[in-house]
Write a protein that binds this ligand. Structure first.
Ligand SMILES: [Zn+2]
Length: 331
């Protein structure tokens, strides 16, 4: 079968990848649509030491389930953000996202969905409601991550919230934050992406037009860069909160946070909160209620056999969402 893989530090489109063989408790899922996210690009660029099939946010059809768990056979499913062991101390304490044995398809220890078929733990599969189409479901993982960010600070009064970064994740986070009782704006540097905010009625500003007045209650940094985090620290008020949604790109660029920024964090008593994977069932529920628009984020759709081109395209600054149609691999 076809699979887009990272192997020996290289990205290759494997045309004769062996069909996945399920291990105990695993299902086989035929992938329908996968989204190419910023995390996929970071993994492709070697930010994490991952080897295997890429792709962490996708929707597919269950082809086979392990014995005695036939309920989901034939169903459309997405996979949880994190596949947890269910046995370790963290799982027992309810922190399954931080499981000591966790795997994440296409990111940590497990093949992902840029393939025709993938093996996945049956208990990590989540059925997709009929009202949610494949293209929307393919964005369930980044949407869940945005929901997580919204749950990591408390709302008092009507706070000023800045979402920094107008990439795919920033635009999803902006929509989720806009549903809170808060004054929300997206700050970025790409006219074409900020135009999407205009369409959604979401307040937006170019980063060069925004004063560093330290007056925001919360800044959610979705830039993935050290420069972005430094700007976030300058925008937030004393005792405010900076939610860091991604630093992967910054890590790839091997930057360091300037000492003066650390000083502002200390002197202004800023809470810097890391934000990771989120609740996929809540993401599907938001999509079912049409509370967010992810379809408006799609700029291109390519078949899996053009996976290399899809990665290149998704990495360009003006591109929004790129989808891989994995079910059309041979077509
Ligand atoms: Zn565990």
């Amino acid at each position: 079968m076809l699979a887009l893989r990272r192997q020996g530090g290289q990205i290759t489109l494997s045309t004769d990848e062996p069909e996945p063989t399920p291990k105990e408790g695993e299902a086989i899922v035929r992938v329908r649509i996968a989204a190419v996210t910023g995390l996929d690009l970071a993994v492709a660029h070697g930010v994490l030491a991952f080897e295997g099939t890429l792709g962490h946010s996708f929707v597919g059809t269950v082809e086979s389930m392990p014995g005695g768990r036939r309920k989901l056979a034939g169903a459309r499913v997405v996979v949880a953000s994190v596949c947890a062991c269910g046995r370790c101390d963290r799982c027992a304490a309810g922190f399954t996202a931080h499981c000591r044995e966790r795997t994440i398809p296409g990111v940590i220890g497990r093949d992902g969905g840029f393939a025709e078929r993938v093996r996945l733990p049956a208990n990590a599969l989540i059925p997709v409601p009929d009202e949610v189409d494949d293209d929307s479901a393919a964005f369930a993982i980044p949407l869940a991550a945005a929901i997580q960010a919204a749950q990591q600070f408390t709302i008092k009064g009507k706070p000023f919230v800045t979402v920094l970064g107008d990439g795919r994740l920033g635009l999803i986070v902006g929509q989720v934050m806009a549903r809170l009782n808060a004054s929300v704006r997206v700050v970025g540097r790409h006219a074409s992406k900020l135009a999407v905010c205009e369409r959604w009625g979401l307040k937006h500003r170019h980063v060069d037009e925004v004063g560093r007045r330290a007056d925001q209650d919360v800044v959610v940094d979705c830039t993935g860069t050290i420069e972005g985090l430094a700007t976030a620290v300058r925008l937030v008020r004393p005792r405010g909160t900076v939610v860091v949604k991604s630093l992967l790109v910054g890590r790839a660029a091997s930057g360091a946070l300037p000492a003066e920024i650390l000083e502002i964090i200390v002197v202004n008593e800023i809470a810097v909160v890391g934000s990771g994977a989120g609740p996929v069932p809540e993401a599907l529920a938001m999509l079912r209620r049409k509370e967010v628009d992810v379809i408006g984020l799609i700029s291109r759709r390519l078949p899996l056999r053009d996976g290399m081109a899809a990665l290149r395209l998704a990495g360009q600054p003006d591109t929004l969402g790129v989808l891989l149609a994995c079910g059309e691999a041979g077509g």
